[in-house]
Design a binder for this molecule. Structure first.
Ligand SMILES: [Zn+2]
Length: 334
């Protein structure tokens, strides 16, 4: 479809001689022969001179405001500055590399350079993690062939990391945790990105959280949902010093968080575990929802539209719903 525009923003002729393709925004004026794209048309329409480089900023800002009003929002990329100084990793390099290279393993899973950067991923081709054993002697832990997933606290402080095997030869040691650093169970993966967000969705492992981020970014209406990871199908709570996941959610609530959607595996035990976590979240005044994935699948094992559908069809947690699910396993074919 072509838009027929009355007035040319370049020559001012107002005899309906400007045509713009409705989809691409590419077009031209048949009087002055000036060519347009969307941005140039807006720029001229606003009365700016294309040669005046400074005025382009005003055009960008104007366009951004307009599309935001129409419901568009950018991908969520803002996060607390992560503290690299204290971060210590086995010999590894940042992804993507300065040349823009990413691991094929990640690309194959839809985790492009932009996402790898957002999650501060690294790759350890060959490397040891050195730590001090309880008896004071040095210990060594091998992280060969693993993607390093750093874990930061809500304020961006480095706390620990995980090493995810990508060789497929690690057996049940898919995720490896560095000895001598705090366990992940108290933290929320990607918690440093929540800041003042109103909505978070909670997956289990790192790759679930990456898949969720990708799925949400692909739909403008879900770009405000920040994915976090619980590292297990359990929410830690009740530590006397308040150093647990529930306390972190309490902190986030204080900063504006309103609701949490739990997205663990599509499996009965995981669903009941999610109910227990939801119960805790409700107790601290958050709204809690549970998203059901297809049977025996987690967010990392389905396409983006399945993740999004699970989010849209999430069920608010209630005690009645909890009991219903206890009595009847929704993943079991009738
Ligand atoms: Zn013209």
């Amino acid at each position: 479809m072509q838009h027929n525009i009355r007035e040319c923003p370049h020559c001012g002729d107002s005899r309906w001689r400007v045509y713009l393709n409705a989809e691409s925004g590419i077009g031209n004026c048949f009087v002055c022969n000036e060519g347009f794209n969307k941005l140039k048309f807006i720029h001229l329409y606003l009365g700016h001179d294309p040669e005046d480089r400074k005025s382009w900023r005003a055009t960008f800002e104007h366009a951004t405001e307009c599309i935001k009003e129409q419901g568009w929002r950018p991908k969520q990329t803002v996060q607390v500055a992560v503290a690299y100084e204290k971060a210590k990793f086995p010999n590894s390099f940042e992804l993507p590399t300065p040349e823009g290279c990413n691991l094929k393993y990640l690309e194959d899973r839809g985790i492009n350079g932009e996402l790898a950067k957002y999650f501060h991923l690294r790759f350890c081709e060959k490397g040891w993690w050195t730590y001090t054993k309880e008896d004071g002697t040095p210990g060594y832990q091998k992280f060969d062939g693993r993607v390093i997933i750093p874990v930061y606290d809500l304020d961006g402080e480095f706390v620990t990391f995980q090493g995810r095997d990508i060789t497929g030869t690690a057996g049940d040691r898919k995720y490896l945790f560095p000895k001598g650093l705090p366990g992940t169970g108290r933290y929320l993966l990607n918690g440093q990105s929540v800041q003042r967000a109103k909505r978070v969705a909670m997956g289990e492992g790192g790759f679930d959280v990456f898949a969720m981020k990708k799925a949400f970014d692909e739909e403008v209406a879900l770009r405000d949902v920040v994915p976090v990871g619980s590292f297990g199908k359990h929410l830690s709570f009740g530590h006397t010093d308040g150093d647990d996941q529930l306390s972190r959610f309490r902190t986030l609530k204080g900063q504006g968080l309103e609701e949490v959607t739990i997205m663990w595996d599509g499996e009965h035990k995981a669903l009941l575990a999610a109910c227990e976590a939801a119960k805790l979240l409700i107790r601290i005044g958050l709204k809690a929802y549970i998203a059901l994935l297809p049977a025996d699948r987690d967010p990392n094992e389905v396409t983006g539209d399945v993740v999004r559908r699970a989010f849209w069809e999430r069920v608010p947690y209630s005690q009645a719903q909890h009991i219903k699910w206890m009595l009847k396993n929704p993943f079991k074919a009738a």
